[in-house]
Design a protein around this ligand. Structure first.
Ligand code: ADP
Length: 699
């Protein structure tokens, strides 16, 4: 800078000082700029700035151009607090509070002031003090001191200093406000950061206990509290239980832990009772207060609400009266709101986990083998019975692994794959390598995937086999005496001339013997079919077969003056079937149609292709079957009992044998009937060639 450009007058210097101070919003920078200006630019010996503490009306040290040679005194100066209240006669403070500067050329009269320590210690003899004011509020004092050199402080300088003081007051106040907003903004950002951290942690927390511990920890860390506790609220019993705490002496907490308190007690109880936060700045004045720690002066209690009902209360305590600000209260409330969501989640998770455990326990202990697979083909559950059935090591974890990997070499895999490919459930019997038989149900479960339930039916199978063996042998043994009875009936007839009654009795014996023979034949057949007959497949021309049967039934038809009409197209595809068994099916159905149709009735045998199968029907215009009876008609030994059917012979086994035979062929059977109008029994037979194993085992 050149000499010409350098400010020459005090006014110009002052303007420079003001501009330099305005350039910053940082209080420390403003004060150090002021220090520099007092000595370097304005050429005073020393300067001191005291500022009012915004809260408790005291003057405190802000800055000084020079440090005191004595370190202790310097420390005292920096810590000094000069009270501004009750200072009626203070020669310095009174004018300052009125906004009047005080020019001192003789310190003596001022040694009565509360400022005397400063005057004495700093050796003030010639000084000028100007109050810093914002409106009527004193914000500080600027003191210029020329004591070391004794240089006069001119009137012009004093006037300038007053202008400077006004400017400093405003600049410092704006900086303070700026800093305050800045700090508040900082605090808010910090709080948001904390809350988002809390959210993150709570999201990962599924234990209610941990949620509460985190909650207390944060509440304690980010407020002025010395101790914090959490009580679980039971609205129904109007009571609460203290479950966690921080910051209490061990003895105090031991007494409190697990204690059940009624709502009516304490500030915590009040918060639980009303579901509203309580910020009590002086607990000694609160009638509800119950002392837990003797030092406590203020308490903040915030309920954690779930659907407007308190589930817990957080209580914070501090030995300082009014320790909790509105910001503290709001922070803990925000914390509680977050915790309540986490508590709800944790409760839900707990419930689901308990339910799942219950279900797993039931499933793992059930004797049925259960496997659950999700929609991606991964295992959800394999119970112990399933592991045992398929020899899977029980210690391995199966959940999450692909079904196919785990069951790859078992006989269940092809069944499961077939069910999944067909998108339909299935019921099958599965024989395990150790000859045990499982009844397998594979069912698609919406939203889950597939459930496979396997019931061990080996004992039934064995009993069934025994039953069939028993049936076969006894039936066989019964046949010989029956043949003998038949033979002797003939002999009696040939050797003895019998009267009319004798003839009738013999006729009845013959009828009964025939009925028994039929029953034995049917039973034997039933037993044979059930123990797994081998179908002897051949290429059956249905029209030819039905025509042969029509001829065979002719005598019976004629006897009842009935007709039988064959409606089988000549171009019906050839049916792969066991011809003998198919003949048995049709014989049974035609025989029933004739038996259960009054004289002069009609019977039709029809057939037509239907998709991949042939649909064959035997229809009559006979007695018909009621809907109630239709439901049982394929059950073994079931016979309709009506006056019309009473005199008709039968075993009740015919239709169940027919059904078994149709199903062995891979077909299905059904019927339509109306009482008094007639009956149609229809069945399907697949037209596709059977595979090798179907040849052996039936489809
Ligand atoms: P059953 O040896 O008694 O004929 P089935 O098993 O063949 O035994 O038939 C069971 C019952 O169904 C019969 O007793 C009969 O009441 C009824 N039923 C079967 N076919 C017909 C039909 N075509 N019309 C009316 N009732 C029938």
């Amino acid at each position: 800078m050149t000499d010409q450009a350098q400010p020459t007058t005090d006014l110009a210097r002052l303007r420079d000082v003001m501009l330099a101070m305005e350039a910053t919003m940082d209080r420390a920078a403003i004060l150090s700029e002021l220090n520099r200006a007092i000595t370097d630019t304005l050429h005073f010996d020393r300067g001191l700035v005291m500022l009012c503490h915004p809260k408790d009306q005291t003057l405190i040290f802000a800055t000084a151009t020079h440090k005191l040679p004595d370190a202790h005194n310097q420390l005292v100066l920096e810590q000094i607090q000069i009270e501004l209240e009750n200072t009626e006669n203070d020669p310095l403070i009174v004018p300052w509070l009125k906004g009047q500067p005080v020019f001192v050329e003789d310190p003596q009269p001022y040694l009565t002031s509360r400022f005397q320590w400063v005057i004495k210690t700093l050796g003030f003899r010639l000084f000028y003090s100007v109050p810093l004011k914002i409106g009527n509020r004193l914000t500080g004092v600027l003191i210029i001191d020329n004591s070391p050199t004794g240089r006069a402080i001119t009137l012009e300088q004093r006037t300038l200093l007053e202008a400077l003081a006004a400017h400093i007051a405003i600049t410092l106040e704006s900086a303070r406000l700026y800093q305050l907003t800045d700090e508040q903004l900082d605090a808010r950002v910090r709080e948001l950061e904390i809350l988002s951290r809390i959210d993150r942690e709570l999201n990962y927390t599924l234990s209610v206990e941990r949620v509460f511990n985190l909650l207390l920890d944060w509440a304690l860390r980010f407020t002025n509290s010395h101790a914090a506790l959490l009580a679980l609220v039971d609205c129904d019993k109007a009571s609460m239980e203290f479950i966690t705490a921080y910051g209490y002496p061990p003895g105090v907490w031991e007494n409190l832990r697990g204690k059940i308190w009624p709502f009516s007690q304490g500030i915590t109880g009040r918060a639980a009772r009303n579901g509203q936060a309580e910020n009590v700045s002086d607990v000694t004045l609160d009638p509800d207060y119950v002392e837990i720690m003797p030092m406590t002066r203020s308490q903040l209690s915030v309920p954690v609400l779930r659907e407007d009902c308190p589930v817990a209360v957080i209580s914070l305590e501090s030995p300082t009266p009014g320790a909790f600000s509105t910001a503290n209260l709001e922070f803990v409330q925000r914390l509680a709101a977050r915790a309540s969501v986490a508590v709800a989640n944790a409760h839900l998770y707990d419930e689901t986990r308990r339910e799942r455990q219950k279900l797993e326990l039931i499933l793992s202990n059930t004797a049925d083998a259960v496997v659950v697979v999700d929609n991606d083909g991964n295992l959800v559950l394999v119970n112990q019975a399933a592991m045992a059935a398929f020899h899977l090591p029980p210690k391995d974890r199966y959940a999450g692994r692909p079904f196919i990997d785990v069951f790859e070499f078992t006989r269940l895999a092809p069944l499961y794959e077939r069910a999944v490919a067909s998108h339909q459930g299935m019921v099958e019997e599965l024989t395990l390598p150790d000859n045990r038989t499982l009844h397998v149900r594979i069912v698609p479960e919406p939203e889950v995937g597939w459930s496979i339930v396997m019931h061990d039916i080996t004992p039934f199978k064995e009993t069934d086999k025994l039953k069939n063996e028993l049936l076969a042998t006894t039936s066989h043994d019964l046949k010989s005496p029956l043949t003998a009875i038949g033979g002797y009936v003939e002999l009696i007839q040939m050797t003895n001339p019998l009267n009319e009654h004798g003839q009738e009795y013999l006729q009845r014996v013959r009828g009964a013997a025939n009925h028994m023979r039929q029953l034995i034949d049917d039973l034997l057949d039933m037993a044979r079919i059930e123990s797994g007959i081998t179908l002897r497949y051949s290429r059956v021309k249905l029209l030819e077969l039905v025509n042969v049967l029509a001829d065979q039934f002719q005598p019976q038809l004629t006897e009842k003056a009935m007709s039988l009409e064959v409606q089988v197209p000549s171009d019906l595809p050839i049916i792969p079937a066991d011809e003998g068994r198919l003949k048995q099916i049709l014989t049974n159905l035609i025989s029933n149609a004739i038996k259960y149709t009054p004289p002069e009735g009609h019977v039709w045998v029809r057939a037509e292709p239907s998709g991949q199968a042939a649909k064959i029907a035997v229809q009559d215009d006979g007695l018909g079957i009621s809907p109630e009876d239709q439901a049982h008609i394929f059950t073994r030994f079931y016979r309709v009992r009506t006056p019309e059917t009473e005199s008709i012979d039968g075993t009740g086994l015919g239709l169940s044998i027919v059904k078994s035979l149709v199903e062995r062929h891979g077909g299905q059977i059904g019927l339509e009937s109306r009482l008094g109008a007639g009956t149609t029994v229809f069945f399907t037979l697949p037209l596709t060639q059977p595979t090798e194993s179907e040849w052996l085992n039936g489809r």
